[in-house]
Design a protein around this ligand. Structure first.
Ligand SMILES: [Zn+2]
Length: 238
């Protein structure tokens, strides 16, 4: 593996992620699901040269970004066999098994078996999966919370898993309570851990300021990589 170093610049209000690698040519990409702009640049090219490259491609980049922003964020799931679903950062194929037993999910190697009765609606199939995600995420977070509390040296009074539209997590500083998005069940443990540490650090620093970043650097030196991976949405490409 080549060593990669990562930096972020802003060009015309667009956040541009630059990865420098041992490559020959500069490559500009706009990625789903959120239209993230990423530049793969040769090691010798500086930020200013990247900025110029971005400016020269600005109209193309904007067009790409618009097309993602106008798309639904996730392709509509039909909850049928063969569909990809993610669990803790890994891709699984759904295998629908019609039977008369209780509705449930069984993880079987690279498959998620969805046991349902005949004629179960898409919504109810989705609910079976979401209930399972919630249970599994709860178990994982019960282990992560004490681990992260120790790391950051602060304790929460309570935590809860919630369906949230726009955030991975949030916290109530006064009540020392943190909320975690159910969608995290699809992400890797490292990325979930990043969110838990992020919310714990908020109990000491409300804003995403330099102090916040300093604390994150101290407790989780590779938090930027984890954050970028979490937000890259690469895993959401079916
Ligand atoms: Zn935050």
């Amino acid at each position: 593996m080549n060593t990669v170093n990562h930096s972020v610049i802003t060009v015309n209000n667009i956040e541009v992620h630059i990865d420098r690698k041992d490559i020959k040519n500069l490559h500009v990409g706009v990625y789903p699901p959120y239209g993230r702009v990423r530049i793969a640049a040769p090691l010798h090219i500086d930020d200013e040269a990247v900025r110029l490259a971005v400016i020269s491609k600005l109209s193309w980049i904007k067009k790409q970004k618009d097309s993602f922003e106008n798309q639904p964020r996730q392709s509509k799931r039909e909850m049928v066999s063969g569909e990809s679903h993610y669990f803790f950062g890994k891709r699984y194929l759904l295998n629908v098994i019609i039977g008369s037993s209780k509705h449930k999910i069984v993880k079987n190697h690279s498959k998620l078996e969805l046991h349902v009765r005949a004629n179960t609606s898409i919504e109810n199939r989705q609910k079976v999966l979401n209930d399972w995600y919630r249970e599994e995420l709860k178990k994982e977070i019960s282990k992560l919370i004490p681990k992260c509390e120790k790391l950051v040296n602060i304790k929460v009074n309570s935590w809860e898993i919630k369906k949230m539209k726009t955030k991975w997590g949030s916290c109530n500083i006064e009540n020392k309570k943190i909320l975690l998005n159910l969608e995290l069940a699809k992400k890797s443990i490292e990325n979930i851990e990043y969110i838990v540490v992020h919310e714990l650090v908020h109990l000491m620093e409300r804003h995403h300021n330099d102090n916040f970043k300093k604390l994150m650097d101290k407790f989780m030196p590779n938090w930027r990589e984890r954050r970028d991976e979490l937000n890259s949405g690469v895993l959401e490409n079916y």
